[in-house]
Design a protein around this ligand. Structure first.
Ligand SMILES: Nc1ncnc2c1ncn2[C@@H]1O[C@H](COP(=O)(O)OP(=O)(O)OP(=O)(O)O)[C@@H](O)[C@H]1O
Ligand SMILES: [Mg+2]
Length: 295
């Protein structure tokens, strides 16, 4: 079999798996400890939510138990991109009205904890709310293989602390200079955090592989030179009109547009993520510290 045929076969098999998994209920969550991955960016609108959602769905299609938590305080919309209708959100969990396991919405093989607008800041939570959030993360981390956080954009403490507490922060940028400058600012803040996890770069909306490589190489070398920070190149996603079509159809593009270039790129990223770096221990302890509960 030629390498091209093999590749086509593998791609077809993955598409089949994603389609099949999308029809199934999510895998039952049983005890284990998850790898926590934060999807973040400096500039808004670079594609974090679409990447978080589609990476989650692709990882679930590879057989991982995946929880997706929408931590975006301003514009929580992972549920919209997934086409889900959550009955509960993180706000219900914080208020104690619903427990974390009841609050999860199963969708496309993923357990979604939907976000809520109206929470001003995680730093301003009351003591009982902090306890509940910490408990929720603890329970999720026991029951999933991967917990993916959509942190929202920006360099606020909320975003940076959660991104640094994760095992890996995936910093998303587009090739635009404005997005790159903001991605650099994010890397700078992450690199300053004591005990931050790995920083990995995704170039989204690249015109082609060469552009993505140029952009990654530039940011990685500047971060090394001026910040003494190690940024790992996770990969790239091509600009693809299928992404916008899938958003309009309220379905993840790896499902609705599984043959498209963006879906192919995300499947590759998911495979790399799953095969990737060993996780650190202690996300829950680090959340303790974010929530000022003391370890
Ligand atoms: N690879 C891509 N190709 C084409 N369009 C894309 C791609 N990735 C994202 N988009 C488009 O970019 C827009 C923003 O995407 P998304 O909402 O995922 O960004 P975000 O970083 O989560 O934004 P926010 O900062 O507001 O949370 C969407 O309209 C989406 O369709
Ligand atoms: Mg978003």
């Amino acid at each position: 079999m030629s390498p091209e045929t093999l590749q086509q076969d593998q791609a077809a098999e993955l598409r089949r798996l994603v389609a099949q998994r999308a029809k199934q209920a999510p895998r039952a969550m049983t005890a284990s400890s998850a790898r926590v991955i934060a999807v973040t960016s400096g500039k808004g609108g670079v594609g974090k939510t679409n990447l978080a959602v589609n990476l989650a769905v692709a990882a679930a299609a590879y057989g991982k138990r995946v929880a997706l938590v929408d931590l975006d305080l301003g514009l929580a919309n992972a549920d919209v991109v997934l086409g889900a209708s959550p009955k509960a959100t993180i706000a219900h969990v914080l208020s104690g009205r619903v427990n974390i396991l009841q609050a999860l919405t199963p969708t496309h093989g993923v357990m979604l904890l939907a976000g809520a607008s109206g929470i001003e800041s995680y730093a301003n939570l009351t003591a009982p709310e902090r306890e509940r959030l910490r408990d929720a993360f603890g329970r999720l981390a026991e029951r999933a293989d991967l917990v993916i956080l959509d942190t929202g954009a920006g360099i606020s403490r909320n975003v940076i602390e959660f991104a640094a507490a994760a095992d890996e922060a995936l910093v998303v940028t587009t090739p635009e200079p404005t997005a790159l400058v903001d991605a650099y600012a994010t890397v700078k803040l992450l690199a300053r955090e004591p005990d931050a996890g790995a920083i990995r770069l995704i170039v989204n909306q690249a015109a082609d592989r060469a552009e993505a490589d140029r952009v990654s190489a530039g940011l990685i070398s500047v971060a090394r030179r001026f910040l003494q920070a190690d940024v790992d190149r996770l990969g790239y996603v091509l600009r693809d009109p299928a992404v916008g079509r899938a958003v309009m159809a309220r379905a993840p593009f790896v499902v609705a547009e599984g043959r498209g270039a963006a879906a192919e790129c995300v499947r590759n990223l998911a495979a790399r993520l799953i095969g990737g770096v060993p996780r650190r221990r202690g996300f829950v302890q680090r959340v303790f510290q974010i929530l000022r509960l003391g370890a």
